[in-house]
Design a protein around this ligand. Structure first.
Ligand code: APR
Ligand code: ZN
Length: 382
């Protein structure tokens, strides 16, 4: 493309610091270096995780930064050494890269690659520099992806080529929210047919967990949320019961134990709150219950747990992005979506132009949206 090798000037939403709205600015995006890919982002969704740096909930976060990690786009150019991706390819930037070389990448059951930036939040490329500048200032990236920008640069290990036929304004959800919830049920927990599942939090991640539990044949799926408006979609997607803990006279795990002959086979925490994490552990049945922690809590949050809950045979596990190795799993999920193995339409409640991004965050905070998809570059359909 004509822009290859040149600096691209475009628009991005910048997070200058905590407790400040993102502002749309003109930025410069440098060309990709070795093993890097420059992507024209066409669509990005807003995920709850983007709010953590905005609210100052990440210790030692490197501002200023371009947030967004649930996006999809078309490759503009690639740097030297990139072999599996070429200009024009449809891709999803990976917030969980796969280097293929570290111990976790070589382990069949792990997806916690050494090159993941979540938790460290360095926000720079592998060579310690950034491809983004704004008003002469270095701008950091977020979760090896940064999708609240018309162009981004990511490492090739953080970029997955996807099927050319997919609509990018839906494929973007597979970059994080959908995959996190769905994969926690079908992959991390591997929910068994006929089982009872409890899903705490019925946002985009929780509803995707419900979809996964149903596809794997769970016979009972209990959704928990303090916002009853979430129940309609949860039921449509497969929840058999929905409960607002505020309507209960006893703790919700006790209510679940009564409903399920002692506790659930599987429970999923899709909120990011340590109190609901503990409740999710308690609501799983002793002896065989499995609790999967999916929600991301503030960096200084801690769970205090009675060890007897573990001694009595519950399994508590956590999973990033459904426990999947994203480089291969994300293209596979896109193909399965095209084959109509699952639907994502119910998850997209709002679509807006990029510049309305803060309206999208407002809807999220008000509990009015599941996923808001932002269209970049004037929202051309592709
Ligand atoms: N009890 C029950 N439900 C709650 C509670 C609570 N104490 N607090 C919040 N909720 C509900 C909200 O009403 C909302 O419906 O949890 C849901 C969370 O949904 P979203 O805010 O849309 O978040 P989502 O994008 O689904 O992400 C959920 O997963 O990946 C992580 O960082 C992400 O921690 C976040 C979690
Ligand atoms: Zn690795």
């Amino acid at each position: 493309m004509a822009t290859a090798g040149k600096v691209i000037k475009c628009r991005a939403a910048i997070c200058w610091g905590p407790h400040q709205p993102l502002t749309i600015e003109e930025i410069e995006v440098a060309p990709p270096k070795d093993h890097e890919v420059r992507i024209k982002i066409l669509a990005t969704a807003i995920c709850h995780t983007d709010t953590l740096p905005m609210e100052g909930m990440v210790t030692n976060y490197n501002y200023p930064s371009i947030l967004g990690h649930e996006g999809a786009g078309i490759v503009e150019s690639v740097g030297p050494g990139v072999t599996d991706i070429k200009p024009g390819d449809k891709v999803i930037p990976l917030c969980f890269p796969v280097c293929g070389l570290c111990r976790c990448c070589k382990h069949p059951n792990a997806n916690t690659c050494d090159r993941i930036d979540g938790g460290k939040y360095i926000g720079l490329m592998a060579d310690g520099t950034s491809r983004f500048t704004c008003k002469g200032k270095l701008i950091h990236n977020f979760l090896t992806s940064s999708t609240f920008t018309e162009y981004t640069v990511v490492a090739d290990i953080a970029c997955a080529k996807i099927d050319d036929h997919v609509a990018l304004d839906r494929a973007c959800l597979i970059g994080c929210g959908f995959t996190t919830g769905y994969g926690s049920a079908v992959n991390a927990a591997n929910v068994k047919k006929g089982s009872t599942c409890v899903v705490y939090g019925l946002g985009g991640v929780g509803l995707s967990t419900v979809i996964g539990c149903k596809i794997n044949g769970a016979s009972r799926i209990i959704g928990i949320d303090i916002n009853k408006e979430k129940f309609v979609k949860a039921k449509k997607l497969g929840a058999t019961d929905c409960i607002d803990p505020n309507d209960c006279s006893k703790p919700i795990h006790e209510v679940i134990a009564e409903m399920t002959d002692g506790g659930a086979d599987y429970s999923f925490e899709c909120i990011g709150n340590v109190d609901t994490m503990l409740s999710a552990i308690k609501c799983s049945h002793y002896g065989f219950g499995v609790c999967v922690i999916i929600g991301v809590a503030a960096s200084d949050a801690r769970i205090c747990i009675d060890p007897i809950l573990l001694l009595t045979g519950r399994t508590v596990k956590g999973a990033f992005i459904g426990g999947y190795k994203c480089k291969t799993a994300i293209p596979q999920l896109v193909t399965e979506y095209l084959a109509k193995k699952f639907e994502m339409e119910e998850l997209v409640t709002h679509t807006m132009p990029f510049e309305k991004i803060m309206d999208g965050f407002k809807l999220l905070h008000e509990g009015k949206s599941i996923r808001t998809v932002l269209n970049l570059h004037g929202g051309k359909k592709c």
